[in-house]
Design a protein around this ligand. Structure first.
Ligand SMILES: *[C@@H]1O[C@H](CO)[C@@H](O)[C@H](O)[C@H]1NC(C)=O
Ligand SMILES: *[C@@H]1O[C@H](CO)[C@@H](O)[C@H](O)[C@H]1NC(C)=O
Ligand SMILES: *[C@@H]1O[C@H](CO)[C@@H](O)[C@H](O)[C@H]1NC(C)=O
Ligand SMILES: *[C@@H]1O[C@H](CO)[C@@H](O)[C@H](O)[C@H]1NC(C)=O
Ligand SMILES: *[C@@H]1O[C@H](CO)[C@@H](O)[C@H](O)[C@H]1NC(C)=O
Ligand SMILES: *[C@@H]1O[C@H](CO)[C@@H](O)[C@H](O)[C@H]1NC(C)=O
Ligand SMILES: *[C@@H]1O[C@H](CO)[C@@H](O)[C@H](O)[C@H]1NC(C)=O
Length: 411
């Protein structure tokens, strides 16, 4: 009986999230309503899964199996994609492009997180039907913009999210970095592009120009310009991560190929600096084509590819605590109540993509703790009943059933 109780308590604490996402690179990550939705990617072939990480509860990144994952792959309508991109429109995540089933490509698909359903919108417009991969979209008040996506694909496309019209803009003066760049909407007007290169990701021609001059795209006039940067100008790179912290007017760039350093760019003065990180941490190997996202007071980095041939794709996760500007720190524990230090409690600012305010996070944690305790008590009671009823003939099916029913997300 003691053994069964220990087993159950152990299982409950360590194994309550039965789904563990396998390694992959080229995966999308989008934060909506305290959940980071991950889709697809590449692991030697395309991954056909879809799942989320619950960021309303604490977790540690030491053990990927202990993180609060929920698999959504069984919801019908999932399109297999890798090297694609995804942008948020309200409570919809719009998935765009990437490598797909060539006989039946679906350039645009939509997941509604409120009703948890996929849809395949019928779009119109002058979208040239070509594959676009290793792309990064940007959501703006004018719609969703996607640049490039192939060796000679130097056009900008825009999806009008209300009328579902794709528009292709001419590629004149477009930067010659059509794949593996990062894209950041700086203000309501300009999209800043960092890094990228041609399709030849690890070849001799992987990057075309230095990060000294960065391409800017004006969404009012659909025109390109470039901005000169200064400071510690990074080496060219592709398939890196770029995370914008609007409160700090700062973009952090992480890893990538060929250079792997972590730098910050001041988005007002366009000065590069080596990121101020007070401890050693992050990825112990080179890393590219990974996911990176701002969540609360942290930057979460996960999945990706390394140049180490024994470890092609990973499902490792790293957390950078960015709660204090330019005093960053690698940590392994995520605390959903922690806030960016300089955030003013102003609901009309651009913080809407961050998890909701701390009071609802605290409520979620309290809910989580009470839900957890209640579940534990229920399980112990069941265990006692099982032991009473079956004596020593332990019945695993019944226990499994109860564990499953108490695994429902706590909301
Ligand atoms: C890649 O992911 C798919 C599931 O999406 C899986 O079936 C396959 O075994 C994985 N391949 C490798 C090499 O891990
Ligand atoms: C690709 O699409 C075709 C047509 O819908 C389908 O028959 C085929 O099974 C798909 N292939 C994969 C790998 O899903
Ligand atoms: C985007 O959001 C608007 C406003 O909620 C909605 O009308 C529109 O249908 C959405 N479009 C897509 C493609 O999700
Ligand atoms: C947006 O930022 C860009 C780059 O700093 C700048 O050139 C542009 O004037 C800004 N636009 C507005 C409306 O602030
Ligand atoms: C790299 O670019 C140069 C100049 O465009 C070209 O001559 C060379 O063949 C390219 N190398 C590869 C590996 O594609
Ligand atoms: C790759 O990085 C190394 C140093 O990290 C640098 O010397 C080399 O020039 C880079 N290659 C290219 C093509 O930029
Ligand atoms: C992989 O990347 C690391 C660090 O970025 C570098 O030191 C090492 O030489 C690379 N290994 C290979 C096989 O390219």
């Amino acid at each position: 009986m003691k053994f069964i109780l220990i087993f159950i308590i152990n299982f409950y604490i360590n194994g309550i999230y039965a789904f563990v996402p396998p390694p992959r690179a080229e995966v999308t990550a989008n934060l909506v309503n305290n959940r980071i939705y991950f889709n697809g990617g590449w692991n030697g072939s395309s991954s056909s899964d879809f799942f989320y990480l619950d960021v309303s509860v604490p977790f540690t990144t030491n053990n990927v199996a202990s993180m609060p994952w929920t698999d959504l792959s069984s919801i019908p309508g999932l399109i297999i994609r890798s090297g694609h991109t995804a942008c948020i429109n309200g409570t919809n995540i719009i998935y765009i492009g990437g490598f797909m089933n060539e006989t039946d490509p679906k350039f645009t698909s939509v997941f509604d997180v409120t009703i948890q359903k996929w849809s395949m919108p019928v779009t119109s417009g002058n979208l040239i039907p070509i594959e676009r991969h290793y792309i990064h979209c940007v959501s703006s008040r004018n719609g969703i913009y996607v640049y490039g996506g192939g060796d000679d694909v130097l056009s900008m496309i825009r999806l009008d999210v209300s009328n579902l019209i794709w528009t292709t803009f001419s590629g004149s003066l477009a930067p010659l970095v059509p794949v593996g760049y990062s894209a950041t909407l700086l203000n309501d007007t300009s999209i800043l592009y960092i890094g990228g290169g041609t399709n030849l990701r690890l070849g001799a021609n992987f990057s075309y120009h230095s990060l000294e001059q960065l391409p800017l795209y004006n969404i009012n006039y659909n025109t390109w310009s470039s901005v000169a940067t200064s400071g510690s100008i990074p080496l060219p790179r592709i398939d890196h991560g770029a995370v914008f912290i609007p409160q700090y007017n700062q973009i952090l760039i992480f890893y990538g190929s060929n250079d792997t350093s972590i730098l910050t760019l001041d988005t007002l003065k366009f000065v590069w600096s080596v990121a101020s990180i007070s401890n050693i941490g992050g990825s112990p190997t080179s890393l590219f084509s990974f996911a990176s996202i701002l969540v609360g007071a942290y930057i979460l980095i996960g999945f990706g590819r390394s140049n180490d041939s024994t470890n092609l794709v990973t499902n490792n996760f790293f957390l950078l605590d960015v709660s204090q500007k330019d005093n960053y720190k690698w940590v392994t524990t995520y605390d959903p109540t922690k806030q960016l230090q300089s955030v003013q409690p102003n609901p009309t600012t651009s913080t809407s993509s961050l998890p909701s305010n701390s009071s609802s996070n605290i409520a979620a944690i309290i809910g989580g703790i009470f839900g957890g305790l209640a579940g534990l008590i229920v399980l112990i009671t069941i265990a006692v009943l099982i032991v009473k009823r079956y004596g020593h003939s332990y019945h695993p099916d019944l226990v499994t059933l109860q564990e499953k029913s108490s695994n429902q997300p706590i909301t």
